[in-house]
Design a protein around this ligand. Structure first.
Ligand SMILES: [Ca+2]
Ligand SMILES: [Ca+2]
Length: 366
């Protein structure tokens, strides 16, 4: 389900790196680097293009660091960042600095005849006598041609990625990685599946049936409000709700609709969960606790038999279901599990979805 969801909130980590003056070693030192690009959907890991290595090398030279590349083979057997980092350090031997560059590239969308990609990168670095520091980030890339693929997307983002390497190394070289975190208060995102979280108001339950795993169970926004202190006590400062907009409520081929990802109407709230006053109350209660809210707006498709499909059939791709899960175009354009796929590359569809999402920003309710 998660793969079908696009969130209104992006870039949570932008600017989360501390500002540290640019560093340059007085004496040249070695840095061991390993690169790996994980496949988007299937296949084997591969190495990034030379353009990225060159850009990062230039950045590190500027810090007076001499690059010692460790072949991908030394880390490819490991799947997790920590294990890869340990394998890299072992292969590198005695070097003062170590940097691991892990990437994943995905085709994102086709818009106005151009191709949107997303390059995800996780940088992990350390120096021999200091703690590890990491920087995970995404860079959107627009490519002009259909034949341009993962390597082109990475090459396109190379200078931005090299800049991030420079900033991370500034921190590592200055010893900032060992410093305590800026905020002593723990933070994190708590995801609540609204229907299953807590039932605060039995009057809006409708035909809820807690014995039936495919039925609605009666959870709502009031139930959530009543548990905010508990969520906060666990150390979370943000609540992400499963979709709360008017949704299909009937089962479909035996599967329940309670998750909310079968959108019916983005301009209204699902009455089982509460009304706009209740949403305003939730916002006020979160504000009072200095907590944040993430609303989940489904942009890829609408629910089965949603009125929008009958009203605007030309807003949908209508290419049939996905038959090849390794085909990036099918993944973006075809129906996933039979859900009518929105043609988000059409400006009028894009405008509609953007407007529908903006309506729910604080203070924008009509
Ligand atoms: Ca209820
Ligand atoms: Ca799609």
């Amino acid at each position: 389900m998660r793969a079908l969801v696009l969130l209104v909130v992006v870039s949570l980590c932008a600017g989360c790196l501390p500002k540290i003056p640019r560093q340059r070693l007085a004496e040249r030192a070695k840095i061991a680097i390993a690169y790996i690009v994980d496949p988007g959907y299937s296949g084997a890991p591969f190495a990034p293009p030379e353009a990225l290595k060159k850009a990062i090398k230039a950045e590190l030279e500027d810090h007076n660091l001499e690059v010692l590349e460790v072949p991908m083979e030394a880390i490819v057997a490991q799947r997790l960042t920590d294990a890869r980092f340990d394998a890299l350090k072992k292969a590198a031997g005695e070097v003062p600095f170590v940097l691991l560059v892990e990437q994943r590239v995905q085709f994102f969308s086709q818009l106005d005849g151009r191709y949107g990609w997303e390059v995800s990168t996780t940088l992990t670095a350390s120096r021999a006598d200091g703690a590890k520091a990491s920087d995970p980030f995404e860079i959107p890339v627009i490519l002009m041609y259909d034949h341009e693929k993962e390597a082109d997307a990475i090459a396109n983002a190379a200078s931005d990625i090299a800049n991030r390497v420079g900033v991370l190394m500034d921190g590592v070289m200055a010893g900032a990685a060992a410093a305590p975190k800026a905020s002593a208060r723990p933070s994190g995102i708590y995801f609540a599946m609204v229907d299953r979280f807590a039932n605060g108001d039995r009057k809006n339950d409708g035909d809820a049936s807690p014995e039936d795993p495919q039925a609605f169970h009666g959870g709502d926004l009031l139930g959530l409000i009543e548990h905010l202190d508990w969520i906060q006590s666990l150390g979370f400062d943000t609540v992400w709700l499963s979709p709360i907009f008017k949704m299909r409520t009937q089962k479909w081929h035996g599967y329940g609709a309670f998750h909310g990802y079968w959108t019916w109407d983005l301009s209204a709230l699902e009455p089982r969960f509460g009304d706009e006053l209740m949403l305003a109350r939730l916002r006020a209660e979160l504000d009072r606790r200095q907590m944040k809210l993430m609303l989940d707006v489904v942009l890829n498709h609408v629910g089965p038999d949603a009125p929008l499909y009958a009203a605007r059939p030309e807003w949908f791709h209508r290419r049939g279901g996905v038959t090849d899960w390794n085909d990036a175009t099918q993944l973006v354009m075809n129906d996933v599990h039979g859900l009518s796929d929105l043609a988000t590359e059409k400006p009028e569809v894009f405008e509609y979805l953007l407007g529908a999402a903006r309506r729910w920003l604080p203070g924008r309710q009509a």
